[in-house]
Design a protein. Sequence first.
Length: 231
Amino acid sequence: MTVQTLFTDRRGGFSAPPYDTFNLALHVGDDPDAVGRNRALLERRIGAEKIVWMEQIHGDSVRRVATPTPDTVSACDALVTDRPGIALAVMVADCIPLLLFDRSRGVVAAVHAGRNGTFLRIAQKSVEAMKRLFGCSPADISACMGPSIGPCCYEVGEDLAALVKKSFGREFMKGRYLDLAALNAAQLEEAGLERSKIAMPPLCTRCSPDHFSYRGEGETGRFAGVVWLEP
């Protein structure tokens, strides 16, 4: 089964500043018509039958996408499907867009791994959903993390830093800087994924001029990670 993945950036769309230009989120204050045009452009670019979005709430709910498919699945932070031609999307502007896929079973998942979701172990729960719903073996699952805020820029308060050290381990804090990607990678390994099949973020969103960053900009857009099975 052929799996396709894509991480967008902020270039090449229709949105005006501060959402310039390829914002894909309807909830940030952008012109809905511009967002609709951006989403339509993305659908044409990837060639999937449709893209399914999430109403992300920084929780740990994982939802299965079957047919008929909605345009948006409410109140969740992970989607999983075995349906070819249906693309699953996660929107971010510092959080980790985590894409999971099992080529042998033909199963894919899109996961919103922000700080709260990571503390709730959303990555592990998504792997569990792939196992429970489709019989996937963690050894066959690959993970790909897209651009997200790095330990170079993710400073947290002393109380939160102490909580991370106590609950997950000191190795995920560099002083007061949280390594969110390393924490998700560790949780995926705990869920049974092989370390060699976990791709880490290629860059930090706050450092990158090509990606939206909520911490860096405040009012801004959202880019997306998208995963799908080719029909």
